[in-house]
Ligand binder design. Structure first.
Ligand code: PLP
Length: 386
């Protein structure tokens, strides 16, 4: 029996191959491989899509999270609150700045940050007095928006900034709005398997702040002087050789931007197709298994379709015999992993994150999953007597 693809990137490529080939050839012809016109064009289109004033592309979705932290001067003695049940990158960038992550539990139905636990953690950190609460990083896990109205209200009350790590959720909405409606910065990844992926690494930050954009632009290009640095100053040479801060090299390649322009053009339609696939799963698995719940008013982009089963590993083995691949996101929450074990947690620990890690299993999911193939997946799941 042939193995079904977990994410079929070839189906999308076949659909737009001519346009992608032409876009790549255009870059090869003009030769602006780094920060070429397509990068500017893509940033404009991405901001438009994500309902932000501006967007800043960068080398990957991990740098996209650290760039706003750097721009805001987050550092030693600061606490940054984030989930533990997420991809490592969400928390990894926090110690880069010398700030410390404080891990927050998730809600059992959406897998996203528990606002009540966040609030309790902020109070506990203030009471302890060692760290200063500065930033919250909420994650749009598996593609659906976090509870932004609740999280934003807490951030406003406590004077914290909010990052939406939308690497899996870019394109998701809550009550018709994208995460930037609440967040000070929304970040995404163009890793090929993400809902909006390129053919390599890439990432972006969405922001409504011209000043933040300028400072992040400086950090992504080695700390070059940008407009706010040059105010009232005369520098007779190329300002890229005047360094205003210690930065990094985190640019999106022009070829990737050219590819992303073509992929973004069909992304809204693909999000619709993902709803159809998710609905077929919900209908086909109804009553047999716990299917995902999306927050009220939310639209998920279904980066992953994650179900829960007590005999998860046996189910995965059974699916494999039926030619159905599956994946476990995430088998060990970050607070239980060696490099992160020393960091803080909200009061009472993270029992939901720990319980979910043992039961989650992701099924094949992409916009081009046809009905017959999906029926094979559904039959295989329903045929498991674990
Ligand atoms: C993929 C991912 C990232 C990091 O993206 P890269 O482009 O691989 O660096 C960050 N956060 C989450 C939640 C992710 O899934």
């Amino acid at each position: 029996m042939s193995m079904i693809p977990f994410i079929d990137l070839a189906a999308q490529q076949a659909r737009i191959k001519d346009r992608i080939d032409a876009a790549i050839q255009k870059v090869l012809a003009h030769g602006g491989y780094v920060m070429g016109q397509e990068v500017r064009d893509f940033e404009a289109r991405l901001a438009e899509f994500g309902q932000s004033k501006l967007s800043l592309s960068c080398a990957n979705g991990t740098d996209a999270i650290v760039l706003p932290l750097m721009a805001w001067g987050v550092g030693k003695g600061d606490a940054v609150f984030c989930p533990s049940f997420t991809f490592t990158a969400t928390a990894e960038v926090i110690p880069w700045t010398e700030a410390e992550p404080v891990f927050i539990d998730i809600l059992p139905d959406t897998f996203n940050m528990d606002p009540a636990h966040l609030e309790a953690a902020i109070k506990a950190v203030r009471a302890e007095g060692r760290l200063t609460p500065k930033v919250v990083i909420a994650v749009d896990l598996f593609g659906q928006p976090a509870d932004y109205p609740a999280i934003k209200a807490i951030c406003d009350r406590e004077g914290l900034r909010l990052i939406a790590d939308s690497a899996q959720g870019f394109g998701c909405t809550l009550n018709g709005k994208h995460p930037i409606a609440w967040a000070d910065a929304a970040t995404t990844s163009f890793f090929p398997a993400k809902p909006l992926g390129c053919y390599g690494d890439g990432g972006a930050v969405l922001t409504d702040s011209e000043h933040d954009w300028q400072i992040m632009d400086s950090f992504r290009v080695h700390g070059k002087a940008v407009a706010p640095d040059l105010k009232g100053e005369v520098f007779a040479y190329d300002p890229r050789y005047l360094n205003a801060r210690i930065g990094m090299n985190s640019r999106l390649d022009t070829i990737q931007a050219a590819i992303l322009l073509e992929k973004l053009a069909i992304f809204a339609e693909e999000i619709e197709l993902r709803q159809v696939v998710a609905q077929r799963y919900a209908d086909g698995l109804k009553g047999v298994i716990a299917t995902p719940k999306v927050i009220d008013g939310g639209v998920s982009v279904w980066a992953q379709y994650v179900i829960e089963h007590e005999a998860r590993d046996a189910l995965a083995a059974h699916l494999k015999t039926q030619g159905v691949p599956s994946a476990v996101y995430y088998p060990v929450p970050l607070h239980l992993q060696a490099p992160y074990a020393k960091f803080g947690q909200g009061p009472g620990g993270l029992p939901v994150s720990e319980a979910k890690a043992g039961v989650v299993i992701a099924l094949p999911m992409h916009p081009y999953l046809d009905e017959a193939t999906q029926a094979r997946v559904i039959d295989a799941v329903n045929g498991f007597n674990g």
